[in-house]
Write a protein that binds this ligand. Structure first.
Ligand SMILES: [Zn+2]
Length: 543
């Protein structure tokens, strides 16, 4: 049995692993990673499918543990490579992925499973275990082959009083532990956090306080998938006699799905169209929108920038009922400041208890290790520090250190006679989705974009006499985003002249080569004189 982890090791996102037995494959999750500030212009980042590309026909199924983007967001791109891969998941997960695939004009082959179910996908015996998380209907999956049993938790926590009463099924974990778990792939996101993750219900008092004291409108921002958090907001709004409207495409879509399937209970008449709220008194209004991670194009970001039909103003209360994903901090604080400048009172996890994590803390993980007593452990879902912290917990629970594998994306692990060993590495680079292109933007593209962002661009227009390779007239300098005055380029002309003379000496005549020589010369000049690094583009026109 072979396990290849294509994403989620060393990063929070693009979770994906592949289990192989007897030449057949089953994929668990296929998520996206969201770009950071140093990846300008990128929409999302995918796992690298290179190692699967020649083997698409060997895939029996893809199992989705839950409906979060970092677990399902890459599925449309995988199905574009082979549309008839069977997609297995719980009801809500399949509803979310089916809606997403519809936008990509893909109708998936699906298999609905529930906690406790078993399903045979070719040589793989799959068994599903209820887990709770910040989205309903999460499943851990046990994968059985004659070579052993792998248990992948997906994302989970052990909220003992979840809103839907669906607890992480530790009795099921215990049965698997009795049978013998050969490889335990376990969520590491909160492994550094001591103790236990508190219950979703603990947020009720803080949310209630917001509704009891807000003088005007309440604008709540959350993930479009956080059904339980939104349920709590709906309940509070109902109790305090407010009406609610959902704002933003993904929020409206997901909440419609969750309501239709019974995961969200909406009292009659509570939710109305956003248009209808305009004519209601402010103290009766609640808006629920996306953008809690500071995404500039999401509803809240546009409201903060005054670029949305809903204008936030004096006396409004904005409730950020969500986590702060590492890397998004400055974007979120920027939005909090802008909203505050507009006169809003912003309530967030930094000043009120309006968020609990969706992931198991160290205390819960320790319980899992002791219940399961796994032979080998592979911490997943986390940056290096989270993976190492989780590995430490496994060792503290008696798993031999040599049986705990802290890996990185692309790592290949073989399970032979109950012993897991790293045997290789496959390609697992970041695959950038940039508008309509996938994998076309490279590290070089991003480097150029950062240079453009930081230094601007200078275009050098040079009219060159092809017979002598000399300037026919002084070059022109055009700029964007580069600050200059009348004398900035004094001396640059001489550099261009010198570069052309040197090129002529070396017999270089091609236009491309001359352009390169000129842009290099001007770059060096700007760097030397002004300590700046703009992008320099030379255009040579033969006179
Ligand atoms: Zn999740």
């Amino acid at each position: 049995m072979r396990v290849t982890t294509l994403g989620g090791l060393g990063e929070i996102g693009r979770n994906m692993s592949v289990v192989e037995y007897d030449g057949r494959l089953v994929v668990v999750d296929c998520g996206v990673l969201f770009p950071e500030d140093h990846q300008p212009g990128i929409d999302v980042i995918l796992p690298d499918f290179t190692s699967l590309r020649d083997r698409l026909g060997d895939i029996e199924a893809i199992v989705l543990t839950h409906g979060h983007e970092d677990h399902i967001g890459g599925v449309p791109y995988l199905l574009k490579e082979r549309p008839d891969i069977l997609v297995i998941g719980s009801e809500l997960t399949l509803a979310f992925i089916t809606a997403k695939l519809k936008e990509h004009r893909i109708t998936p082959r699906t298999q609905h499973v529930e906690a406790g179910d078993t399903y045979h996908a070719g040589v793989f015996g799959l068994e599903f275990v209820a887990v709770n998380h910040s989205i309903p209907d999460g499943l851990a999956v046990a994968i059985r082959t004659p070579a052993g049993l792998v248990l992948n938790t997906g994302d989970f926590k052990m909220d003992q009083f979840p809103l839907d009463g669906r607890i992480t099924d530790l009795r099921h974990f215990a049965r698997l532990g009795e049978e013998g778990v050969d490889l335990f792939m376990v969520d590491s996101t909160n492994a550094e956090v001591p103790g236990f993750t508190t219950s979703e219900r603990d947020l009720a008092p803080a949310i209630d306080h917001v509704f009891a004291t807000a003088p005007r409108r309440i604008i709540v921002s959350s993930f479009a998938s956080h059904v339980h958090r939104i349920q709590q907001v709906l309940d509070a709004a109902h109790q305090h006699g407010r009406k609610v409207a959902f704002v933003g495409r993904s929020m409206v879509r997901n909440m419609g799905i969750a309501r239709d399937l019974g995961y969200l209970t909406i009292p009659h008449g509570l939710v109305v169209d956003a248009k209808k709220l305009e004519s209601m008194p402010d103290q009766k209004v609640t808006l629920i929108c996306t953008g809690s991670q500071g995404e500039p194009m999401a509803a809240l970001g546009r409201m903060a920038n005054g670029d949305h039909q809903i204008s936030v103003g004096e006396g409004d209360t904005v409730l950020l009922a969500s986590s702060l994903i590492p890397g998004n901090e400055s974007a979120i604080y920027g939005i909090i400041n802008k909203l505050t400048d507009r006169g809003a009172n912003v309530v967030h996890k930094g000043n009120a208890k309006v968020h609990v994590s969706g992931h198991a803390s160290a205390g819960e993980l320790v319980y899992c290790y002791n219940i399961l007593r796994p032979r080998n452990v592979l911490p997943i879902h986390g940056e290096s520090k989270h993976l190492h912290a989780n590995a430490q917990l496994a060792v503290s629970c008696g798993v031999p250190a040599e049986r705990v594998i802290v890996g990185r994306d692309g790592m290949v692990v073989d399970l032979v006679d109950g012993v897991a060993t790293i045997v290789g590495q496959v390609e697992a680079g970041l695959v950038y989705v940039d508008g309509e292109t996938v994998g076309k933007a490279t590290e070089d593209t991003l480097h150029e974009r950062r240079l453009l962002r930081e230094g601007g661009v200078i275009t050098v227009l040079a009219l060159v006499d092809p017979t002598t390779t000399t300037l026919a007239e002084p070059p022109e300098f055009l700029t964007r985003g580069f600050v200059h005055d009348d004398h900035t380029f004094d001396g640059a002309s001489a550099e261009v002249t010198t570069a052309l003379a040197r090129a002529a000496e070396q017999g270089v005549t091609g236009i491309d080569a001359l352009e390169q020589a000129i842009s290099r010369a001007v770059s060096r000049f700007i760097q030397r004189r002004y300590r700046r690094e703009p992008v320099v583009i030379a255009i040579v026109v033969e006179s």
